[in-house]
Design a protein around this ligand. Structure first.
Ligand code: NDP
Length: 327
């Protein structure tokens, strides 16, 4: 495994990590989640990602049961949660979502209980909350750091301007600003990581824990000839995702990308993840998997990414047509 420093912090994260969105307490049970986390850990993965909203809190409970059972040394891994969406789904009452101090403090406490840990290594603001003053968000995260309940705080899907506002606010208050952002990054979604955040990487330093490296599995090529039964895009409750992700244009690009993978002697899934971590501004790519075989295939990205030359990158850019234009 390779470990990268998270932005300007001293924290080192495995360049491939493991998350539970959609899968835990939905597609996989306790036995399968135990197996998947164990494979990840045994391959050197040291970061497990979660959020209050995943399966309405049940995903954190499942991960907590695995962590308790495994009893790995707490200092050997990092675990995260995210606050914003609440865990009651449509039943959320006004203060059960968002980034008010009340919800941030309560969400952290509840995540600790569900995950059965004494502290979170990372705590993300899952989305920006334009109704809550930035000072309140920065203060709340700093209180949690002071209380020893979280070590690093970060953002997810915040614009570059919002991240900079948080940094300026923290500086004014003499406090700690966000250390990492969790953006979507894959061969279809490149704008934020490759363009919008450029000055933040350069001027402030920021780690990224990127999500959906396979665009929900699309980039594995499994959807090239239709939607396989039991796959994420076949799930009724995620029909909105299918409507967004599953387009003929995308499928055609993926079919064409297959040639590059074949020439390199690898698979589409491995190549797509390898491409993500070939960007040095990516601290870690969070993998998702419902089956052991998928996870093992995805972990091979570690061997493939050093083989992605500038020439291959160019070929991929031409096939995908998603490289952001110059600013
Ligand atoms: P991916 O884009 O990699 O999708 C993972 C899914 O694709 C798997 O669950 C599986 O679904 C399928 N898959 C994975 N590997 C293979 C393979 N080798 N061959 C075929 N199919 C495969 O990542 P996720 O979208 O799951 O995101 C990863 C993590 O990022 C999440 O768990 C979560 O922790 C985080 N995240 C954060 C968000 C945020 O807003 N901050 C938003 C979304 C995710 P199946 O078997 O069902 O088809």
């Amino acid at each position: 495994m390779e470990y990268r420093r998270m932005g300007k912090t001293g924290l080192q994260l495995s360049v491939l990590s493991f998350g539970s969105w959609v899968t835990f307490a939905n597609q996989v049970d306790d036995g399968a989640s135990d197996k998947l986390m164990s494979i990840a850990y045994d391959h050197g993965v040291n970061f497990f990602d979660n959020a209050e909203a995943y399966s309405n809190g049940e995903s954190e409970k499942m991960m907590g049961r695995v962590l308790a059972k495994k009893n790995w040394e707490r200092s050997s891994y990092c675990v995260s949660s995210k606050v914003f969406f609440g865990w009651h789904g449509k039943e959320n009452k006004p203060n059960q979502r968002g980034l008010s101090r009340k919800h941030i403090m309560e969400a952290c406490q509840e995540a600790l209980q569900r995950l059965q840990v004494d502290y979170l290594d990372m705590f993300f603001c899952h989305r920006p909350d334009r109704e809550t003053p930035m000072e309140e968000i920065v203060w709340s995260m700093n209180i949690l750091i002071q209380q020893g309940k979280i070590f690093y705080w970060g953002t997810s899907e915040w614009s570059a301007a919002e991240i900079m506002e948080a940094h300026m606010c923290a500086k004014e208050l003499g406090q700690i600003g966000p250390a990492m952002e969790q953006p979507q990054y894959n061969l279809f979604e490149r704008q934020r990581v490759e363009r919008d955040y450029y000055t933040i990487f350069r001027n402030v330093g920021m780690g990224t824990t990127i999500w959906s490296p396979l665009a929900s599995g699309l980039l594995s090529g499994k959807y090239n000839n239709g939607i396989p039964e039991g796959s994420r895009l076949s799930l009724e409750s995620y029909a909105w995702l299918k409507d967004k992700a599953y387009t003929e244009d995308r499928l055609q690009s993926i079919r064409n990308l297959g040639k590059v993978a074949k020439d390199m002697g690898t698979t589409l899934a491995t190549l797509s993840i390898a491409w993500c971590i070939s960007n040095p501004n990516v601290t870690t790519a969070i993998l998702g998997a419902t089956k052991e075989q998928q996870l093992l295939e995805n972990l091979k990205a570690l061997d493939v990414y050093p083989k992605i030359t500038e020439g291959i990158k160019k070929e991929i850019d031409e096939i995908m047509g998603t490289k952001p234009g110059e600013p």
